[in-house]
Design a protein. Structure first.
Length: 109
């Protein structure tokens, strides 16, 4: 299944809590909703992939989105039949995982 998630900055504006102080708060909420969908899908044995090789303008035209509506994610969702031992990006593109390093800073950066 293919699912396109969009963000409409005009929906509910300006009364939406948080958007008066942080302009991108609505966009962040959309991203968190996608993460929640991803976690729920995984818990149910489904896989979710985020397509990242398209142009926003193309998707807007393909779906006849109003000019102010932003396509945030093009997702592929479906049942998982098996899991690979090596991630696709590593198997096909030669990408390797990055090493973990501390990302928590105390008091200052």
């Amino acid at each position: 299944m293919s699912l396109v998630v969009t963000y409409d900055p005009e929906r509910g504006a300006p009364q939406v809590l948080g958007r008066h102080a942080i302009a991108d708060a609505g966009l962040y909420s959309v991203c968190l909703a996608i993460e929640n969908l991803w976690l729920a899908a995984t818990a149910e044995g489904w896989g979710l992939g985020w397509v990242s090789f398209y142009r926003e303008r193309f998707l807007q035209e393909l779906l006849s989105l109003p000019a102010h509506v932003k396509p945030v994610a093009w997702l592929c969702l479906g049942p998982v039949t098996h899991r690979q031992t090596v991630p696709d990006l590593e198997r096909h593109a030669g990408a390797t995982g990055c090493r973990s390093r501390p990302v928590v800073h105390h008091d200052r950066w």
